[in-house]
Write a protein that binds this ligand. Structure first.
Ligand SMILES: [Zn+2]
Length: 362
């Protein structure tokens, strides 16, 4: 299949016009359009989207019905997905990691993210406080040994937090700083020990104070730290999204942090062990004002970013190659020999078609 795109976006080049040749599930050629007859002509063609922080979609959590969650996001453009798990007991998390392992082995998921239980009680968000724990290494290791865990969110100020970052980095597991009450110095120490990013920067962490700059300034200041943001218009103000995208365009990582209602209707849901109410697309812990994940799909985060004034190419890279590099995934680009995962976008940078493994999805 030979596709001609008015604009073809790869990780480091834009071809106007460009060509993509697909052979089976692989990219056979990519580059500038020369001449010939295309099998298909499209507007903008970009790599398939990569979401490294997502709990579910299509009414289902990854922890309960991964098939439904995978397809809800995949059909909207997310061709590479990491399944995030919220805080539960060690026994339940271990069982969930084991249940998800075959999906990773089959290439349906790119890995597993543990968001908890090693989080700060002060910034617990949608995680049950009684189940939060210090990252005692033997207990962390138990869950890492249970299956392909690729990322762990840690409140690095907890007892053992810095050591956990060091040991995770040594194992090739991404340590992400989040749900944290850490001060600036502790955050710097965690980054030096091997932490490489922020779990939803700004959300569920100590805010910036001029005499207590806290984790946010340390994370922004580290040229190697990846910065997750949830661009749904609720989690962070659009002006802040635009500012981060302009200030740190090469470190921004768009994530959904979606719960089961992504790509589904308003209603009453469960996130981990907690009841969540979704009204007008905003998810909150039942009876409270605490946001409990988003109802985003990643394609919507891209078009939202553009609507908020972010450079479209920055938004696309923040949803493709940058998350892939953050987690060391072979995804997020269109390269010869790579998996043929792509999305077609219209003039408003809205995804209109999705290809995964060389096949167009419905
Ligand atoms: Zn989350």
């Amino acid at each position: 299949m030979l596709i001609r795109a008015d604009r073809l976006v790869t990780a480091d080049k834009v071809y106007e016009p460009g060509l993509l040749r697909v052979d089976g599930d692989r990219v056979a050629d990519v580059g500038p359009w020369t001449d010939g007859t295309a099998d298909l002509e499209v507007g903008t063609l970009a790599p398939g989207l990569v979401d490294v922080h997502c709990h579910g979609g299509g009414t289902a959590s990854f922890s309960i019905d991964p098939e439904t969650a995978i397809h809800a996001h995949r059909r909207t453009g997310t061709t590479t997905q990491v399944a995030s798990l919220v805080t539960e007991t060690y026994e339940d998390l271990e069982a969930q990691v084991r249940m998800l392992t075959p999906y990773v082995e089959a290439g349906e998921l790119a890995g597993i993210h543990l968001e908890g239980p090693w989080l700060a009680a002060e910034f617990h968000g949608a995680h049950p406080v009684p189940l939060l724990r210090d990252p005692v290494w033997s207990e962390v290791e138990r869950l890492l040994d249970a299956g392909p865990v690729t990322m762990v969110t840690v409140a690095v100020e907890r007892e053992g937090g810095i050591e956990a970052c060091r040991r995770m980095a040594a194992r090739g597991v991404v340590a992400a700083i989040g749900h944290t009450n850490a001060d600036h110095a502790t955050t710097v120490a965690a980054l030096e020990a091997g932490a490489t990013g922020a779990t939803h920067l700004f959300n569920a962490m100590k805010p910036i104070h001029h005499r207590k700059p806290g984790p946010i300034v340390a994370l922004m200041d580290d040229p190697t730290a990846w910065l997750e943001m949830i661009v749904d218009g609720t989690h962070s103000d659009p002006a802040l999204v635009k500012w981060v995208a302009e200030t740190y365009p090469e470190r921004l990582v768009l994530v959904t942090d979606a719960m089961a209602a992504a790509g589904a209707a308003d209603g009453d849901y469960i996130l981990g062990t907690l009841a969540v109410e979704v009204r007008d697309g905003v998810a909150k812990i039942a009876g409270t004002d605490t946001i409990a994940g988003s109802t985003l799909v990643l394609a919507k985060a891209v078009s939202n970013s553009v609507a908020f004034g972010v450079d479209p190419l920055v938004a696309l890279r923040a949803a493709t190659i940058q998350p892939a590099r953050y987690l060391g995934l072979d995804a997020g680009d269109l390269v010869v020999g790579g998996r043929a995962d792509a999305v077609v976008l219209d003039e408003s940078w809205t995804v209109t078609r999705v290809m995964r493994k060389g096949e167009w999805l419905d």
